[in-house]
Design a protein. Structure first.
Ligand SMILES: NC(=O)C1=CN([C@@H]2O[C@H](COP(=O)(O)OP(=O)(O)OC[C@H]3O[C@@H](n4cnc5c(N)ncnc54)[C@H](OP(=O)(O)O)[C@@H]3O)[C@@H](O)[C@H]2O)C=CC1
Ligand SMILES: O=C(CO)COP(=O)(O)O
Length: 339
């Protein structure tokens, strides 16, 4: 592996970056890595996606966006990982464990694995970093997160994210290597804080979409996002996240983005829910499994998380949106600063 660099974002020479996942975010990050001067191999399990990327497009996941040449796409995970200096793991959160099982014997020892998904494993409650540490004990884990729609990044629009690792030098090195003219990467050593913010904001994005879809009004929207952030901070604190991380790009920043834009698939999912439209066939909404497990974790740990609990109950059909709103509005009164 090349030596660590921590200054600016001009120094790094090209790394061999393996991107695992050929969806919207994997493809966008592959482009971002090319622009940052790296050699990119992208693994997708679907041969049609690989063929499309070879043609310079990914119409299923990034329709209408022309891909600059240079991404080497393959269905062979071993070939994608051969000689890699770094791995970006970009499958959905619930698929991470399966993807790592396929990858683990081919990941060079010691290279960083950067989590790019946002979620908590539904069946186990595991943070994604814990899944990586179990599957790849000889590889340092990092996470890239923050307000960043794949289409924006793919188009090269200015975007800021945070790259976190427990080792601050590794985080700074990765941030320097990944940054380019229109991708500004901050670094953090609060890996868990970055993971928690990214996972939970999706649950509130579903709630925000539902508030809009059910025409509950802009005031309700602002109240929900603000009180949702209180729940995010409570759960974050229980996991050891630092408050300033939750206030940053991967927490508040991404919460604001996805709670305010129908470009967010989680918001769009909530919008359909609030409008009573069919949900089957909608694009990936990571907040759905994360709501269920976050509600369970909050209950087990005695953390007050009424909005997350309401979203989970609405999604599993236990309560209607109307019933959830009434329950939220008639809870015992309290001081606002009672975090
Ligand atoms: N899209 C965005 O704007 C952003 C997304 N993210 C996060 O990135 C993660 C991925 O999202 P995104 O790329 O958008 O999702 P998409 O639905 O666009 O794509 C998912 C990709 O993962 C692949 N995949 C699913 N399961 C497996 C598996 N077991 N092994 C290998 N590949 C698998 C799919 O393959 P196949 O086509 O064969 O099913 C597909 O290529 C999510 O956690 C999301 O929250 C983060 C920031 C921005
Ligand atoms: O995480 C994202 C932007 O930061 C993407 O959000 P959605 O998955 O809701 O589209």
């Amino acid at each position: 592996m090349t030596e660590l660099v921590t200054s600016g974002h001009e120094a790094p020479s090209g790394w061999r970056v393996a991107v695992l996942g050929g969806g919207a975010w994997g493809t966008a990050l592959a482009l971002a890595m090319l622009r940052a001067g790296h050699f990119v191999r992208l693994y997708a399990r679907d041969p049609e996606t690989v063929a499309a990327i070879d043609r310079g497009e990914n119409p299923r996941y990034l329709p209408g966006i022309a891909l600059q040449p240079g991404i080497v796409a393959t269905t062979d995970i071993a070939a994608a990982l051969d000689g890699a200096d770094c791995v970006l793991a970009v499958a959905p959160a619930q698929a991470l464990r399966a993807m790592l099982a396929a990858a683990r014997h081919h990941v060079p020892s010691g290279i960083p694995l950067v989590l790019c998904a946002k979620g908590i494993e539904r069946d186990t409650g595991a943070l994604l970093s814990a899944i990586v540490e179990e599957a790849l004990p000889n590889n340092p884990v990092a996470a890239l997160s923050g307000p960043s729609f794949a289409t924006d990044v793919a188009r090269g629009l200015p975007t800021a994210v945070v790259v976190a690792a427990r080792d601050a030098d590794l985080a700074a090195d990765l941030a320097a290597r990944f940054s380019a003219e229109n991708l500004r990467c901050y670094s953090s050593d609060d890996l868990v804080g970055v993971e928690i913010g990214g996972a939970l904001k999706n649950v509130f994005a579903i709630a925000a979409g539902a508030v809009t879809g059910a025409k509950l009004g802009a005031s309700a929207q602002a109240a929900m996002v603000t009180r949702g952030f209180v729940e995010l901070r409570r759960i974050g604190a229980a996991f050891g996240a630092r408050p300033e991380t939750l206030m940053g790009l991967s927490g508040l920043g991404d919460l604001l983005l996805t709670c305010s834009s129908a470009q967010s698939r989680n918001f769009a999912y909530g919008l359909a829910l609030g409008q009573g439209k069919p949900l089957a066939g909608l694009p990936l909404a990571e907040g759905v499994p994360t709501a269920a497990i976050a509600a369970r974790l909050a209950a087990e740990r005695g953390i007050d998380a009424p909005i997350i609990t309401a979203v989970a109950a609405i999604l599993d059909g236990t309560v209607t949106i109307g019933q959830a709103v009434t329950a939220l509005m008639t809870r015992p009164l309290k001081t606002e600063t009672d975090i």
